[in-house]
Ligand binder design. Structure first.
Ligand SMILES: NC(=O)c1ccc[n+]([C@@H]2O[C@H](COP(=O)([O-])OP(=O)(O)OC[C@H]3O[C@@H](n4cnc5c(N)ncnc54)[C@H](OP(=O)(O)O)[C@@H]3O)[C@@H](O)[C@H]2O)c1
Length: 313
């Protein structure tokens, strides 16, 4: 259990998930949160990570640092995705073990599961089939991270837990049109369409893939909840258990961002769809007493306000 004075290191605190974990920890009254910028500590540097842990002596670690992106960047920067993610997680997990840090949450992703697995996806479908090609290097790195946590737990009796979140969105997201995930990029496209008073919304693929989304504050809540929970399994899915098509998400965003407008949604079928359907089975998380609480429309409104704040600065 974390106590209010425990030293807690949040790796990746400037990112979407890391910043939400810091917010959640502060909200819950944890006082000793350790963070460090990438310019001061590049987590791909093994000796620097080890020395940092020796000096700062955290007791709990959340690994929310990673090289992250959407279909385009996962596919284009395949080498960087596998190298950075393997290095960051290897350095943190192994240095934590060497410094006798027993408690850690490692964030994976739902893309670790096979492309064509049964839905909703259970934790034990891991390694049951081929991965989606576009994000295979990223997924392989994340699977290595899971197996590393599992192996350290088995051999060294550590308590390293892996949470597999579904697509996440919220304040502090990346809105780059090429390098971001589908949802933030859709927010930006619709916002820019509204500014230009445009009539057609153009989306990648054919709009049919089904995706699940979780609000980042719910994911952060799960991270803190499971850090404090004794569990038997090493991996746990974190999602809402509900999915919509890309087209349905577009209509939901249009309703909130550009209300009252009847726009035409056009699909660029020369671009990949990615995995046809991805929804997590969240029974295990529920069994331990955790579930997402935020209403999606409310979460989109908060996120859009954050987007407006950032883009109109
Ligand atoms: N976003 C999603 O939809 C989603 C879904 C499922 C799982 N996840 C998982 O959640 C975790 C966090 O994702 P995110 O969306 O929050 O990503 P993000 O917004 O891109 O944040 C990642 C953070 O990692 C830091 N970082 C990257 N390379 C680093 C390095 N070499 N040294 C130090 N820091 C480094 C970045 O620092 P800078 O800001 O300085 O670059 C950034 O703060 C990842 O493990 C990801 O797989 C995310």
């Amino acid at each position: 259990m974390i106590n209010k004075n425990s030293k807690i290191f949040v790796a990746g605190h400037n990112g979407l998930v890391g910043s939400a974990i810091v917010r959640k920890l502060r909200e819950k009254g944890y006082k000793k949160i350790i963070t460090v910028n990438k310019t001061k500590l590049d987590l791909t540097n093994q000796s620097k990570v080890y020395n940092f842990f020796k000096k700062k002596k955290p007791k709990f670690i959340f690994i929310a640092a990673a090289k992250v992106g959407g279909i385009y960047s996962n596919n284009k920067y395949r080498a960087e995705f596998i190298y950075s993610n393997l290095s960051i997680q290897n350095n943190i997990i192994h240095s934590a073990y060497r410094c006798n840090i027993k408690d850690m949450i490692f964030l994976g992703s739902s893309c670790v599961y096979p492309k064509f697995c049964n839905q909703p996806i259970k934790e034990d479908f891991l390694l049951n089939g081929k991965l989606e090609k576009t994000n295979e290097p990223y997924a392989i790195a994340k699977i290595a991270g899971i197996k590393m946590c599992e192996s350290y737990n088995d051999q060294y009796k550590t308590n390293y837990k892996c949470l597999m979140p579904t697509n996440t969105f919220g304040p502090n997201d990346n809105y780059d049109l090429l390098n971001s995930h589908f949802f933030p990029s859709m927010i930006r496209k619709i916002h820019e369409l509204k500014q230009k008073k445009g009539k057609n919304l153009i989306l990648w693929g054919d709009g049919s893939p089904k995706r699940e989304l979780i609000y980042v504050d719910d994911l952060a809540d799960a991270c803190v909840f499971f850090m404090n929970k004794k569990i038997k399994e090493t991996i746990i899915n974190i999602g809402t258990g509900k999915d919509l098509t890309i087209k349905e998400y577009a209509n939901l965003l249009l309703k909130i961002i550009y209300p009252g407008k009847k726009l035409k949604i056009l699909f660029d079928r020369t671009k990949p769809n990615g995995t046809p359907r991805k929804v997590l089975n969240i029974n295990l998380a529920k069994k331990y007493g955790w579930k997402a609480k935020t209403n999606i429309e409310e979460a989109i409104k908060i996120t859009y306000r954050d987007y407006l704040r950032k883009t109109t600065k």
